[in-house]
Design a protein around this ligand. Structure first.
Ligand code: FAD
Length: 474
């Protein structure tokens, strides 16, 4: 008798899930599994905030699968081995999954596929999490794009992303093991994904609803609200001008195809230019994955090798802590870093300013910042995090030039003129007026308890430029 095994990874959804849709169409007894793999070579251990999200996302997915007549099996261990064992346990003759794009993950999947072929099983993978798979977007000479604009232009010149698939109403009942029982599932609590002491997750729980339903609510709110003015609203950290879909995309709780077509339908007549801007942000996500696909060491190696000679300074423990805890004395950087700690997310414009401050004003190696974001962001992903850090540092593809140094004071005056974002995260500044809130050191001690500046902006900028000049001069 036939049986199917679907392996879910960063695609924790029923909607627009080609592997699950195929399993529903086949109709043979079905086992759906998620494997927590912290052992296979090259797999990057998950950060704390992402673990918190994963716990809740899996718990909600299990409920949704049950409602559709299925069941989620949780297993922990080296994924290739676990999948082979589970295929044998459930007598599966068909393995299905949606594709991943990191090198260690692809190598596990390729190993499983070749094992399945040798064993006479069928193994099929699907395109689900990227609209443009890296190997399909090529320059005229057949290589990968190194600059975003032509990359995205090439994507847009081809056929539009396919229509999303509806979630299956019912899924086939679970496949029993050889002795008639259902395959064992580990209790999610035994994975200890949630923080214990101290439990820092209250702010995350107050901000987010992990899971597929939460993702669809976010999309609906965005489409009915800020989407029409995204082009300007996305730059204002004090308002909800962006979609906040990033952690949902990170875990594949919603597919980019679903987002794309929901916008297309909503703005069927006269899509504002803002929708095009939003689409190109989705394009940046695709570009980052293409960069990781081509450069598997993106999180550890400079994309531009000349940066191997850059004279990063090791920040003192106190400086690094001040940055991490939002105590640098520069309100925009501090508000951002506190938003990150409290909610697991930071507004994109502030991410750029906070990252620029670390690598340019403190001259710290971008890998230090990347690691902190990796641990604290709920949307930390293996492609976007290192690609964006390298973009800010100047060492990356299509990078912001090194001499572009974000001035946190100018930035907050421009994008948070009334200080709404600043005051929201820095209570010490609540008594300051709209002018002083950007430069509390000029407020004659009115910013009670707010730390002094850890570095002088003009001096550190000059030092950064001189260091860069030495790199250029060789
Ligand atoms: P929206 O503005 O609503 O954009 C929609 C979607 O487009 C996002 O959800 C995201 O999937 C994608 N997107 C937007 N901007 C970018 C970008 N610059 N690069 C890649 N994708 C983008 N994004 C992550 O998803 N994971 C990360 O680990 C991450 N680390 C970053 C680190 C630094 C230093 C910087 C400067 C940016 C980083 N970003 C990262 C990109 C960006 O800040 C977030 O994607 C965005 O803020 C998420 O909020 P949103 O969903 O409201 O975005």
């Amino acid at each position: 008798m036939s049986a199917t095994l679907v392996w879910l990874r960063d695609d924790l959804r029923l909607d627009d899930n080609p592997a699950l849709a195929e399993a529903a169409a086949l109709g043979t007894p079905l086992t759906v599994v998620y494997v927590l793999d912290e052992e296979s070579p090259g797999i990057r251990p998950l950060g704390g905030a992402v673990k918190w999200w994963l716990h809740h996302s899996l718990a909600r997915l299990a409920v949704a699968l049950q409602a559709a007549g299925s069941r989620l099996v949780l297993r922990r261990g080296p994924a290739g081995q676990i999948m082979r064992e589970l295929a044998a346990e459930t007598s599966a003759d068909t393995l299905l999954w949606n594709r991943r794009y990191g090198e260690p993950e692809r190598s596990i999947d390729a190993g499983l596929k070749s094992w399945a072929t040798t064993e006479g099983l069928s193994a099929t993978s699907f395109q689900a999490n990227l609209m443009f798979e890296p190997w399909t977007v090529r320059t005229g000479s057949g290589g990968p794009y190194k600059v975003f604009t032509p990359f995205w232009r090439a994507c847009m010149a081809g056929t539009e992303p396919r229509q999303p698939l509806a979630a299956p109403d019912r899924l086939p009942a679970p496949a029993p093991t050889r002795d008639g029982a259902l395959p064992a599932s580990e209790p999610i609590e035994s994975w200890a994904l949630l923080p214990r002491t101290p439990d820092w997750s209250a702010g995350l729980a107050g901000t987010w609803v992990p899971g597929e339903a939460g993702a669809h609510h976010r999309l609906a709110d965005f489409v009915d609200g800020p989407a029409a003015e995204y082009g300007t609203g996305r730059d204002i950290p004090g308002v909800e001008g962006t979609s906040r879909l990033s952690p949902h995309l990170r875990f594949g709780e919603i597919s980019p195809f679903r987002i794309w077509h929901t916008l297309r339908e909503h703005f069927a007549t006269g899509a504002p230019a803002d929708v095009g801007v939003f689409r190109s942000e989705l394009g940046w996500r695709e570009f980052c994955w293409q960069l990781l696909y081509e450069n598997p060491d993106l999180a550890t190696q400079n994309y531009r090798p000349e940066f191997d000679r850059f004279e990063w300074q090791t920040p003192s423990g106190a400086e690094l802590e001040a940055w991490q805890q939002g105590r640098t004395g520069y309100p925009l950087v501090d508000a951002g870093m506190r938003q990150l700690w409290q909610t697991g997310w930071m507004h994109n414009r502030v991410r750029m300013a906070a990252a620029s401050f670390l690598v340019k004003n403190l001259l710290a190696d971008w890998r230090l910042g990347e690691a902190w974001f990796w641990d604290t962001l709920v949307d930390a992903d293996a492609a976007s995090n290192p690609a964006n850090w390298q973009w800010v540092a100047g060492s990356g593809a299509d990078a912001s030039p090194y001499f572009r140094i974000f001035n946190p004071v100018t930035q907050s005056k421009k994008f948070d003129a009334a200080g709404r974002y600043l005051r929201g995260y820095i209570p010490e500044l609540s008594a300051l007026d709209d002018k002083a809130v950007h430069e509390p050191w000029k407020a004659d001690g009115a910013a009670l308890g707010y730390p002094p500046r850890i570095v002088d902006l003009a001096e550190s900028r000059a030092l950064a430029l001189a260091t860069y000049q030495r790199l250029k001069d060789g």
